[in-house]
Ligand binder design. Structure first.
Ligand code: FAD
Length: 497
């Protein structure tokens, strides 16, 4: 089979590139090893429930924002979205809670009540952060390539934003912690827990500018998608087909195919078929798997091999729960971030300390009558699920232990759930590995390494001139960031005329 562009992987990144390229007239073929598209964005189905595998917090669905911009080009309608109000509620170990959402007034009032020991500084911290986040977002809207553009280009654009731009330039490669001096550890933990879900690291790890984009998003308002992110994946696959592209399911790619000169010319499928790509190959796999599996470690440059060894991602443990409809209606929101321990005397570690509760909305219950589908997420070290187990029983025992611990923490933090909730199933990093083949089932992107916020080169580049990567390991910030990266790559491969 011959195509112009081969896309390996049907996660949101691969699907978005494929949909855009197909609509721009490129002969594109996407291969997905599973029987359905979506990857981490797919739903988990059981007993009539359809569980999201995510927090259910989707950003940048406002008019002119990245998702709207992509769908404006495609021949299909976007999925139905509704604003979340609040975006989520943060519940602290002392049962104080803060609703994080669109109303700045309400939010600041909560900060005064919950953090009286440092209220003025906390409000100032958020005002500055929101200003930086809003400014960066406006610039990204005008120029999706901003983060990888040259220093001169971005300085010019930032200076055009006046005082806010100057502050962004001054923040350089500060971590969030550098901006938290003088704030109480309670407030720091409030920030740490949110950064952990929105940026995969705590305040000593996440760069201030990354945090500005992530945290300000929750204030601009986040969205819920009818059918969850799986519905977004399905629309993108439909769009690719409607535009004449091909989406092949149950089609695992084995590795890149090379010619005798050592140039990548396409891919070899596990089935033995060779598919050539005359223009480009797009990998939607993680960086580890792009090199380890597609390129081949013997063809991976030594510096990249070394760099890959230093990168790390978190594992996720999910509980899929059934919740009585009435109990869901009585909650103060549909999304809760619960912090179970202050950890006053050490660096923040999300393992065993925080849970995220995501209930399907009342208008999209994804469950049998009278029930709602709920997903509860906990961080876990991924490699621990692949080592130290001599047999299946040990692994099951570990899973059971984790389930019991998360269940107890959930009831401690959300006592109002009482007996209205029951476990339908659970998912650990081994499950993620089985469903996505991501290395060690590590998900959600990379743990930040304090590298530059402005990489100065396009995230999609690899060691091969015709191989490109689009995935959450090259673009931090959830579906919004992966979708923006996919648009930037599509513009490179087939500029929109
Ligand atoms: C617990 C959790 C909660 C999250 N919550 C949110 C949220 O609320 N909001 C948000 O915006 N983001 C959220 N995210 C992030 C988001 O879901 C992911 O970052 C995103 O879905 C990753 O997309 P991707 O394009 O990198 O591809 P992936 O999802 O990694 O997909 C890659 C695809 O490639 C396929 N594949 C692998 N190997 C092969 C092969 N050899 N041949 C063919 N196909 C192959 C896989 O099967 C998979 O379908 C969350 C992530 C996690 C883990």
């Amino acid at each position: 089979m011959d195509c112009e562009v081969v896309v390996v992987g049907g996660g949101i990144g691969g699907l978005t590139v494929a949909a855009l390229l197909a609509q721009r007239g490129v002969n594109v073929c996407l291969f997905e090893r599973q029987a359905e598209v979506g990857g981490c964005a797919a739903n988990f189905e059981k007993f009539g429930y359809s569980f999201e595998q995510s927090y259910g917090l989707y950003s940048s669905w406002e008019p002119d924002e990245i998702h709207r911009r992509i769908f404006a080009e495609l021949p299909v309608e976007p999925p139905e979205i509704h604003a979340l109000d609040p975006s989520y509620v943060v519940r602290l170990p002392d049962q104080c809670q803060v609703a994080v959402g669109k109303s700045a007034e309400q939010f600041e009032q909560s900060l005064r009540e919950v953090f009286p020991e440092c209220a003025a500084q906390a409000i100032e911290f958020y005002r500055e952060l929101d200003l930086a986040g809003t400014t960066l977002r406006q610039l990204l809207q005008q120029n999706p390539e901003l983060l990888s553009s040259s220093k001169t280009n971005r300085t010019y654009r930032l200076l055009g934003k006046g005082k806010a731009g100057v502050k962004i330039l001054a923040a350089g490669s500060d971590t969030v912690a550098a901006h938290l001096n003088g704030l109480s550890f309670r407030f720091r933990r409030f920030v740490d827990a949110q950064l952990q879900i929105l940026a995969q690291g705590n305040s000593t790890q996440v760069l201030y500018l990354q945090a500005a984009i992530a945290l300000s998003e929750a204030h601009r308002g986040m969205f819920s998608i009818r059918g969850g992110s799986a519905a977004l994946a399905a629309r993108l696959a439909d769009s690719t087909r409607t535009s004449g592209g091909s989406v092949r399911l149950n089609a695992p790619v084995l590795r890149l195919a090379y010619n005798s000169a050592g140039n990548a010319v396409g891919v070899d499928m596990l089935s033995g078929e060779r598919v050539t790509a005359s223009r480009a190959i797009v990998s939607n796999l993680t960086l580890w798997d792009t090199y380890g599996k597609l390129v081949g470690l013997n063809r991976t440059p030594t510096d990249i091999r070394k760099a890959l060894q230093t990168l790390r991602g978190w594992g996720a443990y999910l509980m899929f729960l059934s919740l009585e409809d009435e109990a869901a209606d009585a909650l103060a929101g549909e999304r809760f971030l619960a912090l179970t321990d202050w950890q006053a005397d050490r660096e923040y570690d999300p393992q065993g300390q925080q849970l995220f509760f995501n209930a399907a909305p009342g208008w999209d219950k994804r469950a049998p009558a009278g029930k709602r589908a709920v997903t509860v997420h906990a961080f876990t070290e991924a490699d621990a699920w692949f080592t130290f187990h001599s047999n299946e029983e040990e692994l099951e025992a570990r899973d059971q232990q984790m389930l019991e611990a998360c269940w107890q923490r959930l009831h401690k933090m959300m006592p109002e759930l009482g007996a209205s909730v029951e476990v339908i199933d659970s998912f650990n990093p081994r499950g993620y590995y089985e469903s996505t083949r991501r290395k060690l089932g590590m998900v959600g992107g990379l743990v930040p390494t304090r590298t530059q916020f402005w990489p100065g080169q396009a995230a999609y580049l690899t060691s091969l001139p015709n191989l490109f990567n689009v995935s959450d390991t090259t673009s931090a910030g959830g579906l919004e960031a992966v979708s923006r990266a996919a648009l930037v790559l599509a513009d490179k491969l087939a500029p929109c005329l």
